[in-house]
Design a protein around this ligand. Structure first.
Ligand code: GLC
Length: 478
């Protein structure tokens, strides 16, 4: 089950906040025109040398990588940070995904670039961010090193379109964050958008970026080399990092470029530079060789409420990314924030499916985290202080998700997460339960073996509990 609030049906294209406007005039439609342009361009683009099918590649993860995966699944909870030039505009008064404003408001790249001149987040304090993350009980951060707008939020030597060279701020927030994370024992991952609305080599265009005003034509291979050069910087100049979180592959999902990403080449580069760094790609399809975990956008693995997640749940470690309101980037007008209780249930719901929760907040243009979100993170942290052992270091429990909640497991202990009121008794298909108690307060819970399994009785789940956890102690031979 999921405790995600039911959200209004929206355009199914990833990241789209506003529906695509319809053309009213006659003639060839935008979609058709784009398809023709993309196809013609693809035919004219020489095939990349030694093209390797991304689906045919093979991959054997290194020992360091396998250890990183174990660390990752034990961590169970991370914080996602979407921060970039778009944060300055706060969504421009629209609800929806604020980091898409360049695309949604059709801002040409040459104009959007000016936002760099105004980007001066003087209140940015990496230690303050990391302490908010730690207070939440989260173990890692994923931050946008480059989003679809193409602007590098790190001091890239590959292109001057970056936070150090192009803004009055002149500091490298990724470097400061890397230091703060290392000090605090928090792992840092970099989000990197493969889709790029700014780079002239990103051509033929995919589904988006048609209003950016770039000259038609461009050398796809030059874009891939730019991307790999930036990734090399991220993997060599910031110390050991948790991994790379890719996004934007889907922009080319329906064009011939789909097969020209050279994922295997890029993934090999990353694993060579940092064997323990994990690769994930939010492409919404089955994982490719070289990926170390599987991402689910706005959905518990196995569910597809958002419309993005048709892909089957793989055997890789899993992670669900979730917004606090309806936007990844800072949105000035969307204060429809999910409550701490809802998010705790999402965290437990993910853990009960063997998945991590990557909970997003969009830092503000002055460099601070949104105070409402800091408060929510702190509330989740207070719950985890008491109940963390039922989340961190657990696997999915022996009982699959149920209408009342989920189970997780650590060794001989099974955690029954009552996300909804099950009534005063609960029958569980599990044998060999020696005892049961509430995790919060340690009160015993009556337990009786039945033909079917185990019956818990005398339950009184407080109506305002986010998640009431009952710990079952299993017999050694159970
Ligand atoms: C989508 C959006 C993007 C966001 C990401 C996070 O793919 O395009 O804006 O960064 O989801 O999962």
């Amino acid at each position: 089950m999921s405790d995600l609030p039911v959200r209004p049906e929206r355009d199914r294209e990833p990241g789209r906040g506003a529906p695509t406007p319809r053309r009213t005039g006659g003639g060839i439609g935008t979609r058709a025109r784009r398809a023709v342009v993309a196809l013609a361009a693809a035919l004219l683009t020489p095939a990349a040398p030694a093209q390797e099918s991304d689906r045919a590649a093979t991959y054997t993860p290194s020992a360091e990588n396998l250890a990183a995966r174990r660390w990752f699944t034990d961590a169970r909870f991370g914080v996602f940070l979407h921060w970039g030039l778009y944060s300055e505009l706060g969504g421009g008064g629209d609800r929806g995904v604020a980091e898409w404003i360049m695309e949604n408001r059709k801002i040409p790249a040459a104009r959007y670039e000016r936002l760099a001149e105004f980007f001066n987040p003087v209140r940015f304090d990496a230690d303050a961010w990391v302490s908010a993350v730690k207070a939440a009980g989260a173990r890692y951060i994923v931050i946008t090193a480059k989003h679809h707008d193409g602007f590098a939020m790190f001091g890239s030597r590959t292109s001057p379109y970056n936070v150090v060279a192009a803004t009055p701020f002149r500091r490298d927030p990724m470097a400061e964050l890397a230091v703060a994370c290392r000090k605090a024992g928090v792992k840092l991952f970099f989000y990197y958008s493969q889709l790029d609305w700014h780079h002239p080599g990103y051509f033929p265009l995919g589904r988006t970026g048609h209003a950016a005003g770039r000259a038609p034509g461009g050398d796809w291979e030059s874009y891939l080399q730019f991307q790999d050069a930036q990734l090399t910087e991220l993997l060599t100049r910031y110390g050991p990092i948790g991994g790379i979180w890719f996004d934007g592959w889907w922009d080319q999902a329906k064009t011939p470029m789909r097969d020209r990403w050279q994922l295997a080449r890029t993934y090999r580069l990353i694993h060579r530079l940092q064997p323990a760094a994990m690769i994930v790609n939010n492409h919404h399809v089955a994982p490719f060789a070289g990926e170390d975990y599987q991402a689910f956008e706005q959905d518990l693995p196995g569910e597809n409420r958002s419309g993005y997640n048709d892909a089957a749940v793989s055997a890789l470690p899993l992670e669900m990314a979730e917004t606090m309101n309806g936007s990844w980037g800072f949105n000035l007008v969307d204060d429809d924030f999910k409550s701490p209780a809802t998010l705790i249930r999402t965290l437990a719901g993910a853990a009960g499916r063997g998945a991590n929760l990557l909970l997003n907040t969009g830092p503000m243009p002055d460099g601070r985290l949104q105070p409402e979100n800091v408060a929510t993170l702190a509330a989740i942290g207070r719950w985890l202080k008491v109940n963390g052992q039922s989340i961190h270091g657990t696997t999915a429990g022996p009982i699959p998700p149920q209408p009342w909640g989920v189970t997780t497991r650590a060794g001989r202990r099974v955690f029954v997460h009552l996300l909804r009121d099950p009534g005063s008794s609960l029958a569980l298909r599990i044998r060999g339960v020696r005892s049961a108690r509430l995790l919060d307060g340690d009160a015993p819970v009556r337990v009786r073996a039945t033909g079917e399994g185990t019956l818990l009785t005398g339950l009184e789940r407080p109506a305002d509990a986010a998640d009431q956890v009952v710990v079952l102690q299993l017999a050694d031979d159970a």
